[in-house]
Design a protein around this ligand. Structure first.
Ligand SMILES: [Zn+2]
Length: 87
């Protein structure tokens, strides 16, 4: 199991009526990703995309890869445990 250590969650684009949330997530190693959440009523990740300006936390490349897709559950668990999600 991979550990990311979520250190920051920054809300970037939100449509609360539709329950769509977008966050910029920072991990302990300074890599970042963008996460799209649906809240209906539970938080559920709809997609995770990497910021192409920062290397991937898994494969360390800085071009397109889809590593994070395999870790959606882990990332979601960490974000929930971090208590950083809004009420
Ligand atoms: Zn990767």
């Amino acid at each position: 199991m991979h550990q990311f250590y979520v250190t920051d969650l920054q809300q970037s684009d939100t449509n609360e009526k539709l329950g769509h949330f977008q966050f910029l997530v920072t991990f302990a190693d300074k890599t970042k990703c963008r996460i799209f959440y649906d809240k209906n009523p539970d938080w559920k990740i709809s997609s995770v995309t990497r910021l192409l300006t920062v290397p991937c936390p898994i494969c360390r490349r800085d071009y397109y890869c889809s590593c994070l897709d395999r870790f959606t559950d882990e990332i979601h668990r960490e974000i929930q445990d971090s208590g950083l999600l809004p009420e």
